[in-house]
Design a protein around this ligand. Sequence first.
Ligand code: NAD
Ligand code: LMR
Ligand code: MN
Length: 577
Amino acid sequence: MPKSPPVSRYYDVQRDESGQRFIAVNVSGLSLLQNPLLNKTTAFTAEERRELGLEGLIPPHVSTFEEQKERTYLRYLKAGSDLEKHEYLRALQDRNEVLFYAVLEDHLEEMLPIIYTPTVGEAVKLYSSNYRYPRGFTVSLDDIERVDEMLENVTVNDVRMIVATDSSAILGLGDQGFGGMAISIGKLSLYTAAGGVGPDKTLPVELDVGTNRQDLIDDPLYLGLHRKRLSGPEYDEFLDAFVEAVAYRYPKAIIQWEDFSRGTAFRVLERYRKVVPSFNDDIQGTGAMALAGLLRAARIKGEHLADQVFAVVGAGAAGIGVAQAIRQGLQLEGLTFEEANARIFVVDRYGLLMDEQPDIETQQLSFVRRRGDLSGWQYAGEYPNLHDVIVNAGVTALLGFTGVAGLFGQADIEAMLERTPRPIVFPLSNPSSHVEAQPADLIRWTRGGAIVASGSPFEPVEYEGKLYPIGQGNNAFIFPGLGFGAVAARAREITDNMILTAALTLAEYTAQYEGQVYPPISELREISVRMAARVARQAILDGVCAERRIRNLSDEELEQVIRERAWEPHYLPLRRQ
Ligand SMILES: NC(=O)c1ccc[n+]([C@@H]2O[C@H](COP(=O)([O-])OP(=O)(O)OC[C@H]3O[C@@H](n4cnc5c(N)ncnc54)[C@H](O)[C@@H]3O)[C@@H](O)[C@H]2O)c1
Ligand SMILES: O=C(O)C[C@H](O)C(=O)O
Ligand SMILES: [Mn+2]
C-alpha cells in the first residue's frame, strides 16, 4: 500500500515505540513559532526549545497549560468592545490554535457570541480595514484557471471540512464582498470547538466572484476584487472549477455552502450535492434547526406540529429551507404533501407568495398560493400582507428570515393571540440588530404566553417577576454535528435523511429541558457528538458511508468511536523530523 502523505508540509503526527502520539516537525525557530498549528508559545519544554532552535526567542519561564489559559483569559477580559474581544481571539487563533480552542472550550457560552454570531457580523463588515493575517483559501475570477496549483499552496494535506461562501448574503447583512471570509472562519471554529473536527482538517474558503456593492468597489482599501459579481454561466464555470480542484486535492472533504443569496443558493446545492458531499447551511441546517424547535414548541403547548398554522416570512434560502423542513415534519405526522402545504404560508417582500408575482423562483413554486385559494379572505392591498395572512389563515407559528429589524409588530402578535394563548414566535434573523422583534416585546405583548426563540443570543426576559429564557434558534445546533457525522462516515453524499436525523436528535435532546425549545449553548459539544453518531448511522443505512471501519458497529460503539475521535485541545510533544 502506498504510504499516505504527511498531514502537513511541515509536520506529521506519529506514534513512538510506546504508542504515544507526537508531532514530527521539519521547521524550527521563528518559522515554527509562526505556525499556529504547531506553536505552543511559552509552553515549549526546555527539551523542545533546545532541539527546535527556540532558545532565546521566547521568555525563559516555561508556562504550564493552565498558566497559559489563565493569562490568555485575563488578557481577553481587558479587551474593551466585543469586536476587540473578537479580534483578540482571532489573533490568538492565528498564533496558537491549541490554546485558542482550549480557552474557547473553557468559556464556550461566553465566547460563542464573540467568535460567532452576532460579533462575527462586525468582523465581516470590517474585514478589509482590520485585516491582519492570512487564514484559509481564496480564489478569485482573476486566478480561477490556476485554482488547482493554488490549492497546492495550502500546507495541510488532509482537509475534511470546508466552509465556502461567495459572500452574497452574509447573515442579514447582504453582499459583503471579500469580508465573508470571516463567516467561513467563524463557522469552522465551531466545527472544532463543538464538532470535534481537528483544526488542521478544516479549510475556510472565500470565493471572490466580485461584489455588487459600489461602496466596496470604490474603496481603495477593500481587499477583494474591485468589480461586479459574476453571474450566469460564468458563475457556474467558476464554481465548477473550484469544486473539481477541491475534490481532487481533498477527496475526503465535505463542503458546507454558506450564505449564498437566494438566487444561487438552491442552484449551487442541487448542482453539486451529488458531485461532492455537500450541504447548504442556510437552507438545510436552518431547516433542521427550525423543525427541531417547532417540534418542541408544539409539545410545550401539548399539541402536534400538525395542529399549527405556519407563517414563514422571508422566502430566501433560510425561509424556503425552513418551509421545506416544516413540510417534511408535517408529513412525518401523517399529512400528505398537499395537506402540509396548506398549513404553510410563505410571505416575502410583496406579501403572501403568489403565483402571479414576478420572479417566483423554482424552489418557491410549491408554496405559492393562487387567487382561488384565498376565497373568503379579506385584504386591502394587491396581495395579502403579513398581518392579513396572520388574521385570515389563523397563524399560530410565525418565523422570520428576512433580516428586517422590527418587522413583527404588536398588532401582528396580538392577532395571533386571537387564535392561541401560546403563539410560537421565532424571529430568527441575524445578527441581533436585524431581529424581526425584540424577545422582551414578544413576551410583554403576549403577557408571557409566547414561545420565543431568536437566531442571535438574547438575555432571558423578566416579566412580572418571572424569568423567560430565550432559546437560541441558530443552525450552530445542527451543522457541527451534521458535518462531523458526515466526516466520520466519509459520507459520499449528505442525504435528506441525514439532515432529518440531525433535526430529530436535536429535538429529542432538548426534551430534557422542560419548557425550552432549544438547549443551552453550553451543551453544544455533547449534542454534536450524539448527533454525529446518529448522522453517521443514517449514512450507513442510506448506503453512502465510505468509512468501512464503522459500518458494523452497534449504536453504542459508534457513539463511543466518534466521541474518541473528537479532537481535543492539548499539546502533543514536538520532535525534529
Ligand atoms: N437563525 C439561524 O440559524 C439563521 C440561519 C440562516 C439565516 N438566518 C437569517 O435569515 C435571514 C435571511 O437569510 P437568507 O440566507 O435566507 O437570505 P436571502 O437573501 O436568501 O433571503 C431573504 C429574503 O427575505 C425577503 N425579504 C426582505 N425584506 C422583506 C420584508 N420586508 N418582508 C418579507 N420578506 C422580506 C427577501 O426578498 C428574501 O427573499 C438573515 O437575517 C439570516 O441571518 C438565520
Ligand atoms: O451565521 C449564523 O449565525 C446563522 C446563519 O447561518 C445565518 O446566516 O444567519
Ligand atoms: Mn448563514
